[in-house]
Design a protein around this ligand. Sequence first.
Ligand code: SF4
Length: 174
Amino acid sequence: MLDFLVEGILKSPLTERLPADSDAEIAALAASLDAAARRKLGRSLAIRQVDAGSCNACELEIHALNNVFYDLERFGLHFVASPRHADVLLVTGPVTKNMRAALERTYDATPGPKWVVAVGDCAKNGGCFAGSYAVVGGVGDVIPVDLHIPGCPPPPTAILAGLVALIRSAAQSP
Ligand code: SF4
């Protein structure tokens, strides 16, 4: 036990160190997303995440937005449990045949104005699952997509930056 404790104190952590400026970058991105949402909606942004058939690595990156480091809720942005309370649908994965109807129903249940963000390479065109007997295709093959965030999986800052760009352009349109 003592050896284990000494080893833990002397060895460097297993995780990579974050770049020194990332906290400021995240704070700036989240604050501008919240400001754009308030301009467009008059309140903070509500996000509903939909897994249409992903391998779940994209979910891990999205969930990281709520961990103690990113902590998006401190900027007023929040994930909601129902599409009826959502402004943005963050959809991951290729759309599987089993999830097609659920995705369509989720889209229909989301009140306007609403935006759909396809997260990850699979969400664009099926990615590495394209051509599978179980896959319909990308998210855009089932519901209208406003933005695609590439990556396999995209990191949390890329997801945040994509949301900022989307809501900013929406805030500038009438
Ligand atoms: S884009 Fe990559 S990480 Fe995301 S669901 Fe597809 S295979 Fe998984």
